[in-house]
Design a binder for this molecule. Structure first.
Ligand code: AP5
Length: 218
């Protein structure tokens, strides 16, 4: 199973991919997480990516394609993986097809997280993430038991730099301009499976699981 989770910022791709990955043991490959790790590690790639991410722009295609090429070659990806936030442009999608065809594989499903933009600003300004284990919370809909502290590992909860309202609006505009064309790209290939991302996290998860089960049957 090789699935693409596609949708605007804040639509719940990461929440659902992490849950599916933990339950089914399928690796979640998030280019956003990979880039943030590079920033934390202070690498040259991280310094260059930060300049794009802090203003809500996409990191250049060749950088993220290189990250995915390297990550998909690791042994844990042999049984399949979820791509969370990749591809985000048509050149990334065609590069993905090319690198999968080198190993005689292909994308099996593209799950589209459908939700109105108006719901996303509140979701993103309220998001908090654990610096230690990456667990995600929302101040209103999924608050931690103790303010600022991760329920799972006791780590510190922080707000992402790009979750400021002005940057969120830029990220949404970038999504509609550069990433939304992928909806048609995957629809034309018969791979697109929309889910109602405005429902509760549990309801979205049930829909994602049912789509993946159907889409991965031979
Ligand atoms: P990335 O980290 O991928 O961010 P994103 O796509 O903008 O998505 P988010 O992580 O913001 O949202 P999500 O859909 O995962 O929602 P989440 O589950 O967290 O990318 C960041 C940046 O990196 C990009 O702007 C770009 O610069 C760069 N980048 C990354 N990949 C790239 C690529 N391929 N090419 C070029 N550049 C790239 O949920 C959000 C909040 O909502 C949480 O608080 C959560 O608790 C809450 N929530 C989730 N589901 C629900 C629900 N059903 N109901 C209520 N609340 C919910």
């Amino acid at each position: 199973m090789i699935s693409v989770f596609l949708g605007p910022p804040g639509s719940g791709k990461g929440t659902q991919a992490k849950k599916f990955s933990a339950e089914k043991g399928v690796p979640q490959l998030s280019t956003g997480d990979m880039l943030r790790q590079a920033i934390s590690a202070g690498t040259a790639l991280g310094r260059s990516a930060q300049e794009f991410m802090s203003r809500g722009a996409l990191v250049p295609d060749e950088v993220v394609i290189g990250l995915i090429r390297e990550r998909t070659q690791r042994p844990d990806c042999q049984g399949g993986f979820i791509l969370d936030g990749f591809p985000r442009t048509i050149p990334q999608a065609t590069a993905l097809d090319a690198l999968l065809s080198e190993i005689s594989r292909e994308v099996s499903a593209a799950i589209l997280f459908e939700i109105q933009d108006s719901a996303l600003v509140a979701r993103l300004t309220g998001r908090r993430t654990c610096v230690t284990c990456g667990a995600m919370y929302h101040l209103l809909s999924m608050p931690p038991r103790k303010t600022g502290v991760c329920d799972q590992c006791g780590g510190e909860l922080i707000q992402r730099d790009d979750d400021r309202e002005d940057v969120i609006r830029k990220r949404l505009a970038v999504y509609h301009q550069q990433t939304a064309p992928l909806v048609e790209f995957y629809r034309q290939r018969g791979m697109l499976s929309p889910v109602d991302a405005s429902a509760s996290p549990d309801a979205v998860y049930r829909e994602v699981k049912s789509k993946l089960a159907v889409d991965t049957q031979p």
